[in-house]
Ligand binder design. Structure first.
Ligand code: ZN
Length: 341
C-alpha cells in the first residue's frame, strides 16, 4: 500500500457498519441484539461482562462502559483492535471489505456526518453506505451488492467432497467452509444477482440430519425471494437452450458440473412473484423452460403452480423422476446428457 495514498475516512465510515466489522473479527455471535443496540463483552480490553460493550446499530458507534471507557466509530474500533493509526485502520477496512477507494472519495462530499458525534439526534445522512447489508431490503427494495468478500473459505471441506462437487465447481461457485464470522461453521454460498454482484452469503450446515440446527442460515435483511441462484451464469448461455429450474443450490451446482449450465435454483420449492419476473425478463416467447423440482410432496405441489404461471409466457416442460425422493442432484452426467437427446 503506498503510504501517500489519499484516504477519505468519512467515506469509509459511511461504507461499513459496526455489524460488518464485528463479523469480520468473528465476534458477532458473542453479541446480543436488543432493538438498535448490540451488547457483548468488550473485545478491546478483552472483558467478560456481556453488557459492558455496546454498539448502536443504526449510528455505527460503540462504547465500552468498563475499563477502556473508549468509544467511537467503525474506524476507531479497528484502530483500537489493531493498535494502529487511523490511516492504517482505513487501509485495512478498504482491503477487508473490498471497498473501492475511487468510488469512496467520489461519494464523500455528500457525507455530512461529522466525526464522533454519537449523540446526534437527527438521522445522519448515511445514504451512501452502500455496503450496509441490512436493513437494506424494505419492501420492494432490491438486495444490495455486498462490498466485502469472504475470501478465506476452505475449499476442500469433506462435506463438499461428500456431495461430489469437484474442485472446479467449488471454485467457480466460490463456495467453501467458513471458520468464523456470521456464517461460522457453515458452508458459505455466495448468491449473485443477474449482473454478477454478490448480494449475500447463505450458510449451509455441513451435516445431514442435524435436528435442531437449521439447514440454511440467511443473513439478516436478505430476501432470497428476490433472487434466482446462478442466474448470472445461466443468462450467458445460448438463448435457444432450455432453462432448467431446480429447487436447491446443490441441484444447480451438480447440473452445472455435468456441463448443463443454463440452470437456476429457486432456493425452495415455490416460485415468488419476483422470481417469475426474473424468468420473464430473461426469456422470450420462443424460450423453453424445464421445471425439475424434487420428487416429493413439496416439489410436486410447487411444480404444478410454477408450470401454470410460466406457461403464460414461455414453453414449459416438466421433468419428473420415477423414484420418490429423487432430485436433480442425484442425476449423473450421462443422465443429464440424455435429458436433451
Ligand atoms: Zn473495554
Amino acid at each position: 500500500m503506498p503510504k501517500s495514498s489519499f484516504v477519505d475516512f468519512k467515506a469509509i465510515k459511511a461504507a461499513i457498519t459496526m455489524e460488518q466489522v464485528l463479523e469480520h473479527y468473528g465476534l458477532i455471535d458473542q453479541f446480543k441484539k436488543v432493538g438498535d443496540s448490540l451488547s457483548g463483552p468488550c473485545p478491546i480490553h478483552k472483558g467478560s461482562n456481556p453488557t459492558q460493550f455496546r454498539v448502536s446499530v443504526s449510528k455505527n458507534i460503540w462504547n465500552c462502559f468498563s475499563e477502556c471507557k473508549h468509544g467511537g466509530n467503525t474506524l476507531d474500533f479497528i484502530t483500537r483492535m489493531e493498535n494502529v493509526s487511523i490511516h492504517a485502520a482505513a487501509m485495512k477496512a478498504i482491503e477487508w471489505f473490498s471497498l473501492d477507494p475511487g468510488a469512496i472519495s467520489a461519494n464523500s462530499e455528500q457525507e455530512a456526518e461529522g466525526p464522533n458525534e454519537p449523540e446526534k439526534k437527527k438521522e445522519a445522512p448515511r445514504a451512501k453506505a452502500t455496503a450496509k447489508p441490512a436493513p437494506a431490503s424494505e419492501n420492494g427494495a432490491p438486495n444490495k451488492p455486498l462490498k466485502f468478500r469472504l475470501d478465506k473459505l476452505e475449499r476442500d471441506h469433506p462435506y463438499l467432497a461428500a456431495r461430489d462437487l469437484t474442485p472446479e465447481t467449488i471454485m467457480e461457485f466460490g463456495i467453501g467452509y467458513c471458520a468464523k464470522g456470521m456464517m461460522a461453521e457453515r458452508i458459505a454460498i455466495p448468491i449473485q444477482n443477474p449482473e454478477g454482484n454478490v448480494v449475500a452469503y447463505v450458510g449451509r450446515w455441513p451435516e445431514e440430519n442435524a435436528e435442531d440446527i437449521p439447514k440454511y442460515k440467511l443473513p439478516p435483511g436478505f430476501r432470497k425471494s428476490l433472487e434466482l441462484f446462478n442466474i448470472d451464469r445461466a443468462i450467458k448461455e445460448p438463448a435457444d437452450k432450455p432453462l432448467i429450474i431446480v429447487e436447491g443450490f446443490f441441484d444447480c451446482m451438480k447440473l452445472h458440473q455435468h456441463a448443463y449450465r443454463k440452470v437456476v435454483a429457486l432456493m425452495g420449492s415455490t416460485m415468488s412473484a419476483a422470481q417469475e419476473e426474473l424468468v420473464r425478463k430473461h426469456t422470450d416467447r420462443k424460450s423453453q423452460v424445464i421445471v425439475m423440482l424434487d420428487e416429493d410432496e413439496a416439489g410436486r405441489a410447487g411444480r404444478e403452480d410454477i408450470v401454470v404461471r410460466l406457461a403464460k409466457f414461455v414453453f414449459v416442460r416438466v421433468h419428473t423422476f420415477e423414484v420418490e425422493g429423487r432430485q436433480p442432484e442425484n442425476l449423473n452426467a450421462e443422465e443429464v446428457a440424455a435429458l436433451f437427446i
